[in-house]
Write a protein that binds this ligand. Structure first.
Ligand code: BMA
Length: 371
């Protein structure tokens, strides 16, 4: 009797301490979440957006769609630990996403990443449901208000979410199990460059949209392979970070996006800001018992040869951060991860050799999807 009640108390305690929001999440999704918490302070995983789909050759020209290739691999001999993808244009049933990556390929890359033991995260730069011709970047005030005010707009938005749900549920491992995804909707909302940004909706509208979306995917469409990431852009304080926070029951992972601009003049001030934001994020992660990450970051064109060990490593090492993800290697003038011969490649390796930032092999050894 005593044994059983002790056992039930342990189960209850572990249940209460799991801040994961979807109580029906698949086994693999629950394992991933638990492991993200367990590995805090034990090395930060490195991620790259679109890292398997395309990149840059040594002479700076593009390569696209070469199976097995990755710029991080060409520099380090390993794949990134985390791969980021975007579903922009899935709402129109397009074959390719907004940056030209075929959705069928994204599906395959996610499966390969899972098979190797890595993590996939998905963002969605989607068009405006009240005026589908308008992209995420076409600023349109009160879009969210008009989605809920107007039956046709809401119907259209739901039909787009249906497509997202079909895609997410199509991601399966070798045994038919769903592949866990860190899903990161409505990102960078402390900025105002997207229609869901702070200049275009009230905090109440933003939170309503968030809750509606998560409920629709998890409750209505029964998508149970998601960890939901809340990611702001730059923020000034904890209050600012939390201004549009939808609540602990609607967020699994807390993060932010931050780009380093105007290097080298801004190097020192960037480091100060970056450190401050990481500290605040860790405080929130601790209070909410949730994992945290830098969900997007980078220095465009990596113009600083020592960027990784001078700017990134000192801030991210020995923190709670689960991962940092740099943006895509899209063009000669728009890339964020080193490629073979790129001037920061050697320094990137120094950061990896420090053991504080890890790639795919050490990540796979963590068996993130297993008990
Ligand atoms: C931006 C740029 C764009 C891209 C968008 C969505 O930061 O990389 O070229 O279309 O992200 O991936």
């Amino acid at each position: 009797m005593i044994k059983y009640s002790f056992f039930s108390i342990c189960v209850l305690i572990s249940f209460l301490s799991m801040a994961q929001i979807d109580k029906k999440a698949t086994r693999e999704t629950r394992h991933l979440y638990r492991h993200l918490l367990e590995y805090q302070y034990k090395g930060v995983m490195f991620g790259h957006q679109d890292g398997l789909a395309y990149g840059l050759n040594e002479d700076g020209t593009r390569w696209i769609g070469e199976d097995g290739r990755s710029d991080v691999m060409s520099v380090s001999g390993e794949y990134p630990a985390v791969l980021g993808w975007d579903l922009g244009k899935i709402e129109f049933d397009n074959a390719n996403n907004l940056d030209g990556v075929p959705f069928l390929k994204i599906q395959k890359y996610i499966q390969e990443t899972y098979d190797r033991g890595g993590i996939s995260t998905i963002s969605w730069h989607f068009n405006n449901p009240t005026d589908p011709k308008k992209s995420s970047w076409d600023k349109a005030d009160s879009t969210i208000k008009h989605i809920f005010d107007n039956k046709n707009n809401l119907k259209r938005y739901k039909s787009w979410l249906d497509k997202v749900a079909v895609f997410l549920k199509s991601l399966k491992g070798a045994n038919g199990e769903l592949i866990p995804i860190i899903f990161r909707p409505f990102h960078e909302h402390t900025g105002s460059w997207f229609w869901w940004g702070s200049g275009h909706c009230t905090p109440e509208e933003y939170i309503k949209m968030w809750k509606f979306t998560i409920n629709y995917l998890q409750k209505k469409k029964k998508v149970h392979n998601l960890l939901i990431a809340y990611s702001t852009d730059k923020f000034n304080s904890k209050e600012h970070y939390l201004e549009r926070y939808p609540g602990n029951d609607f967020v699994d992972l807390v993060g932010f996006d931050l780009y380093h601009r105007n290097a080298p003049i801004s190097n020192e001030s960037f480091k100060v800001d970056f450190k401050r934001m990481v500290n605040t994020l860790q405080e929130i992660a601790t209070e909410t018992n949730k994992p945290c990450a830098i969900t997007e970051m980078g220095l465009e064109q990596l113009t600083e040869a020592n960027w990784w060990t001078n700017i990134v490593l000192p801030v991210v090492q020995d923190t709670k951060l689960s991962y940092i993800l740099v943006w895509r290697n899209g063009r000669t003038d728009h890339f964020y991860a080193p490629y073979k011969g790129q001037k920061s490649a050697e320094d990137f390796m120094k950061m990896i050799q420090s053991g504080k930032v890890i790639l795919e092999k050490q990540t796979a050894a963590r068996n993130l999807y297993k008990q």
